[in-house]
Ligand binder design. Structure first.
Ligand code: HEC
Length: 356
């Protein structure tokens, strides 16, 4: 903000100095006073008679030209006016009108400062605005990293470590991100974002932290799962839990977590590809799951663990009783007479497997 004010002030000053000689008589008089020589008299203008003759002629010609009725051209008059203007331009400027070299240099200096300040402060932001959202954010985060790192290591405060870690994570500097989040966890071992992001970086081998064995992998997974338990309503909790479950081959649980993520963040497109892949492989392996997802998941949960409707893993109904509930409905649950044949068989098989 202060930078902006500074730049505006400098720009106005430079503009004023550059335009001053062009502003004519008003300014000329003041600058003329400054040009008084030692004995108190102003510098004489050797071209004064010629200048006033040309100025008078120019005024007369413009008056004539302006007075012409619309649409009427007098090329000869226009040519004379042009010649007079050229002659006026060719005269050396009156001494009082000559911009002082010192002022001119100052103007140039200020203009250069404005350009330089603009180049470092504004241009990158303009360029950033042209990038699309995530890219722009990543570049912006990367630019802020050194400052955030200094602040974090200097203040050793939780929020400073988090700010540093977030910027590093956003710009994919995972080595710095893990250092920052580790710092944040030393101060608060239950900080969900630091937990899950550190966990997912470990799991995916980012930031030079290769996992040496299965035990470390499950510890990394534990970080992500703990974070999801600490902050279940945080979309990123479910998103990273979904990714983590997927790396352990838990497709259906991963899908359930990613669907929770999508419910919490309906605009979130991050997991779309993985969700589609997981859905496709689930449907190949288990056609009943597709019928379930389309008709039942909204009430009984993506993986059947309950929601508006009861947890179906805890149901103990027989295949025939399940079929009756589906076809006739029960309580506030609607009936699904349209589900039949192979679809109904597959759905019943799915429900029976959950009951076991
Ligand atoms: C609009 C929400 C809703 C939808 C959609 C829904 N259910 Fe239900 N379901 C319920 C509710 C509520 C109950 C509890 C009814 C009661 O006991 O009064 C229930 C009960 C059940 C039960 C009985 C569980 C038990 O042990 O008593 C089964 C089985 C079941 N639903 C399966 C399904 C299937 C399969 C689908 C999809 C074809 C489905 N539901 C769709 C809300 C829903």
């Amino acid at each position: 903000m202060t930078l902006l004010v500074l730049v505006v002030v400098l720009a106005l000053a430079a503009l004023g100095l550059t335009l001053a000689p062009l502003l004519g008589r008003r300014v000329r008089g003041q600058v003329g006073e400054g040009n008084q020589v030692g004995n108190g008299s102003t510098v004489p203008d050797p071209d004064a008679p010629e200048r006033s003759r040309l100025e008078a002629e120019q005024a007369a010609l413009s008056a004539e030209l302006i007075a012409l009725p619309e649409g009427v051209h007098k090329p000869e008059l226009e040519n004379r006016a042009a010649r007079v203007l050229r002659a006026l331009d060719a005269l050396p400027p009156a001494p009082g009108q000559r911009p002082s070299p010192a002022l001119g240099a100052l103007g140039v200096l200020i203009a250069l400062t404005v350009v330089a300040v603009g180049a470092v402060s504004f241009v990158p932001r303009w360029q950033l605005a042209a990038l699309n959202g995530p890219e722009g954010l990543a570049v912006q985060s990367a630019l802020s990293l050194p400052g955030l790192q200094r602040t974090a290591l200097g203040s050793r405060s939780q929020s400073a470590y988090l700010a540093w870690g977030d910027a590093a994570f956003t710009s994919s500097r995972y080595d710095q991100a893990s250092q920052a989040y580790a710092g944040a966890l030393k101060l608060d071992p239950k900080q969900p974002r630091a937990l899950r992001r550190l966990g997912i970086m470990l799991l995916t081998g980012q930031g030079g932290m290769a996992l040496s064995d299965q035990k470390q992998a499950s510890q990394a997974f534990l970080l992500v799962r703990t974070a999801a338990q600490l902050a279940p309503q945080d979309p990123e909790s479910q998103l990273l839990l979904g990714y983590a479950l997927n790396t352990f081959g838990q497709g259906n649980l991963a899908l359930a977590a990613l669907e929770r993520y999508r419910n919490l963040a309906p605009q979130g497109r991050e997991a779309d590809d993985l969700i589609a892949t997981l859905q496709a492989s689930r449907d190949r392996a288990d056609p009943g799951a597709r019928v379930y997802a389309a008709n039942c998941a909204s009430c009984h949960g993506a993986a059947g663990f309950g929601g508006l409707g009861p947890n179906l893993h805890e149901s103990r109904l027989s295949r025939a009783a399940l079929k009756a509930v589906i076809l006739n409905g029960k309580g506030s649950m609607p009936a699904y007479p349209q589900i039949k044949g192979a679809e109904l068989d597959a759905l019943l098989t799915r429900l029976e497997r959950w009951e076991k």
